[in-house]
Design a protein around this ligand. Structure first.
Ligand code: CP
Ligand code: NVA
Length: 308
């Protein structure tokens, strides 16, 4: 019997052991790269198709460079340039691409479309961001936390801002990696029923609230993100309700003195975060961006069931 295809769709769908293996493989490859040691090329002859329905800097470049460093290649596609943009179904696109390439990474807002792609692909599918989640980002963030502060288990991470895809992946990570997640969102932009039901059903250590100071007090890590995600409507009202959730020096001072500040980038300086915080000594935002490369190499090696 053939082995099941290894899709990387969401953090809460994979066992902790597998997630930990991806992170340690990524960290080991990073250490070799930094030591200028010749790494293995476990993905020689393999091709990754990258489909982008929305813009990207980090995801696009880090997957491309990651494939090259592992000995493989990538093909960059945009939904608009494909027949997908003219109505070819996701299922047929999955069937066709599976005949050419060895894995597919996709950024698409509609999460159900990602699931449909995975259901019909016979090669691994990687979630490169949907409206619902952004698991590759949070894998890089976990790697960044642990590089700086050791195991995240039992620690407290605070989220301040709106409910979005990055928060969902942090929630999934809190459940798997066993850390406390304190969430502060404006009531009207708080996690929706499916997320609340999931928290209840899994007993994930997540506290939902609307007070940013309460969420951040005593935290080991403070995280925020743009107030307007891809697919959100811009508007003055949204900015007004989110203004009290800005991470500035005053809010940051309530966290532990050695707390880290994280942001997946791109940042809107002066909105969700001030310059003094994002450029300050507690900020690890560019380490997170770098670790997209290293964590994703671990994810790719896992998807291909390759020894990294
Ligand atoms: N953080 C992140 O996913 O960045 P990009 O949108 O540039 O890929
Ligand atoms: N929440 C943001 C993340 C961007 C990487 C968005 O979806 O636009």
């Amino acid at each position: 019997m053939s082995k099941p295809v290894r899709h990387f769709l969401d953090i809460n769908e994979l066992p902790l052991g597998e997630l930990r293996n991806m992170l340690s493989a990524g960290a080991a490859m990073k250490a070799k790269l930094k030591a200028h040691e010749k790494g293995r090329k476990p993905l020689e002859g393999k091709t990754l198709a990258m489909i982008f329905e929305r813009p990207s800097t980090r995801t696009r470049v880090s997957f491309d460079v990651g494939m090259r460093q592992l000995g493989g290649e990538s093909i960059m596609l945009t939904g608009a340039e494909m027949q997908l943009g003219r109505g070819e179904t996701i299922a047929d696109t999955a069937r066709v691409l599976s005949r050419y390439v060895d894995a597919i990474m996709i950024r698409i807002l509609n999460h159900d479309a990602l699931l449909e792609l995975a259901a019909h692909a016979t090669v691994p599918v990687i979630n490169g961001l949907t409206r619902r989640s952004h698991p590759c980002q949070v894998m890089a963030d976990l790697m960044t936390y642990e590089e700086n502060r050791g195991s995240i288990e039992g620690k407290t991470v605070a989220w301040t801002g709106d409910d979005n895809n990055v928060l969902a992946s942090w929630a999934h990570a809190a459940e798997r990696f066993k850390f406390q997640l304190n969430v502060a969102t404006p009531p009207e932009l708080s996690p929706k029923k499916p997320m609340r039901d999931w928290i209840k059903a899994t007993g994930a250590p997540i506290m939902l609230g609307s007070d940013p100071e309460a969420a951040v007090r005593g935290a080991d890590c403070v995280v925020t993100d743009t107030w307007v995600s891809m697919g959100d409507k811009e508007g003055e009202h949204r900015h007004n309700v989110l203004r009290p959730y800005q991470v500035n020096a005053k809010l940051m001072s309530l966290a532990k003195p050695d707390a880290l500040f994280m942001h997946c980038l791109p940042a809107h300086r002066g909105e969700e975060v001030t310059d003094e915080v994002i450029d300050g000594p507690q900020s690890v935002v560019f380490d997170e961006a770098e670790n997209r490369l290293h964590a994703q190499k671990g994810i790719l090696a896992w998807c291909f069931d390759a020894v990294a």
